[in-house]
Design a protein around this ligand. Structure first.
Ligand SMILES: C[S@@+](CC[C@H](N)C(=O)[O-])C[C@H]1O[C@@H](n2cnc3c(N)ncnc32)[C@H](O)[C@@H]1O
Length: 429
């Protein structure tokens, strides 16, 4: 296999699996077999951009085919060919030649001539074909129509900015483990290895790296000096107004990013609850790497009778399961996997969780409702319904500077460099 063909072939196989329904993280093993870190990074970038732009370039491909192409890996390879030309802007003929070579590396030599012919035709016709794709919002922005329409309804003045932000690379946010050192110390260690990091004023534990990198190679990773966590998610712990000795529930805890931040912030008695037992080992590993301890339990937060000991909580974090429409820039496969029909079931679960957890909160305590969604149906609407049903709930302010969204606050993707995220802080009066 030629050196240039291998990452392309592996990325094509992985992309075909993602388009077929697999999660992008789940297929990453496809290219970890590549020895050269540059090849691994290139394959990862191809897969990321291929998922991000699938809804544009799969349509572009179909427009050039006389008969449907039924071999998923070759279809994916061709889309990656277009992505190399149009998104990564690789030199035309080198990209075409390497993609043709990858057809053979995929074990599909009979498709090599077709791949070559289609990519060369694209180069001849690209201007007209791009103009045609740009005429429809779905193929212009590579988002599903249901999502574009929902965003247009929920955020009429911001829909274009949200769609554009979703197609942009996100910066790498770190959260310093206060128990292992200060932000300034970690910043200095990173600077000593040539990695520049900004210190945002609004978040005392955050460092922002302009470019993504293999975090396990950064100084301090193995010894738990920091975690990777977007800035928007770093507001959860401060919004809980933590203090030593409080009894805290993290109701939807895996993989433990916010549980860890809670434990780093104050000496609280934390119960990290998670419904899916398969997600608990990772949560435990994360806490162990950071040198943190709490009670970890598998259970359904909406059924407290099965796990609650009857002692009220001072603080509850409900980081609810959601459409994840706020983190598409990091997980572009959400565009391919999420369906309009998923929203109603998630909303029902969010409402069920809110109603079930409220009785567990002591008077004067607070519950923070959080989602990484930008949809009103998952954010301001369930919170408004909850407030209408619960006269003992009073909303408190969300993160400073975020936009008001009903009783809570919303950050849209890319704003302040952060993910799309929603918080509603509810005090029990
Ligand atoms: C948004 S993720 C939580 C992320 C986590 N808080 C963090 O910061 O790393 C939502 C989690 O809730 C879990 N979950 C969904 N429904 C649940 C329920 N009814 N009870 C407990 N956990 C649930 C999911 O399995 C998933 O791990």
């Amino acid at each position: 296999m030629s050196a240039a063909a291998e990452p392309r072939a592996l990325a094509a196989r992985a992309l075909a699996a993602v388009v077929g329904g697999a999660s992008r993280r789940g297929v990453a093993a496809e290219y970890t077999m590549l020895h050269d870190p540059r090849d691994r990074a290139f394959a990862a970038a191809l897969l990321h951009e291929g998922a991000r732009w699938w809804l544009r370039y799969a349509v572009a491909l179909d427009g050039m085919l006389e008969r449907p192409l039924r071999v998923p890996e070759v279809r994916a390879l061709l889309v990656l060919g277009l992505v190399q030309l149009e998104v990564l802007r690789l030199p035309d003929y080198a990209a075409v030649a390497a993609t043709v070579a990858a057809t053979r590396a995929l074990g599909r030599p009979r498709h090599a001539a077709l791949v070559n012919a289609l990519l060369r035709r694209w180069l001849r016709e690209r201007a007209a074909r791009c103009a045609a794709l740009d005429a429809d919002a779905v193929t212009r922005t590579a988002h599903p129509r249901w999502l574009i329409e929902t965003l247009a309804r929920d955020w009429p003045g911001d829909v274009e900015a949200v769609l554009a932000a979703n197609n942009h690379a996100a910066p790498l946010w770190l959260r310093v483990n206060r128990r292992r050192g200060t932000r300034a110390e970690l910043g200095a260690r990173l600077a000593a290895t040539g990695v520049a990091a900004a210190e945002p004023a609004a978040l005392p534990d955050a460092l922002v790296l302009a470019q993504s990198t293999e975090v396990t190679r950064l100084p301090g990773y193995a010894e738990g000096a920091f975690s990777v966590q977007d800035g928007a998610a770093q507001f959860a712990a401060p919004l809980l107004a933590l203090a030593d000795g409080l009894r805290v529930l993290d109701a939807c805890a895996a993989p433990g990013g916010k549980s860890a931040h809670i434990l780093e912030t104050a000496a609280v008695e934390l119960l990290a609850l998670e419904r899916d037992p398969a997600r608990l080992p990772r949560l435990r590993q994360n806490l162990a790497r950071l040198g943190l301890r709490c009670t970890v339990h598998a259970g359904d937060a909406a059924q407290p009778a099965t796990w609650w000991d009857g002692r009220a909580f001072d603080r509850i974090l409900l980081d609810a399961p959601c459409t994840a429409t706020g983190i598409i820039r990091r997980q572009p496969d959400i565009k391919l996997h999420r369906r309009a029909a998923d929203v109603a079931a998630l909303v029902a679960e969010q409402r069920r969780l809110l109603a079930a957890l409220w009785p567990l909160l002591r008077r004067g305590g607070r519950l923070v409702y959080a989602t990484c969604s930008v949809l009103a149906a998952e954010n301001r609407e369930p919170v408004a319904a909850f407030l209408a049903d619960h006269g003992d709930a009073r909303p408190l302010p969300g993160p400073p500077g975020w936009r008001a969204a009903g009783a809570g606050a919303q950050n849209l993707p890319g704003e302040s460099g952060m993910d799309g995220f929603y918080y509603a802080v509810l005090e029990k009066v």
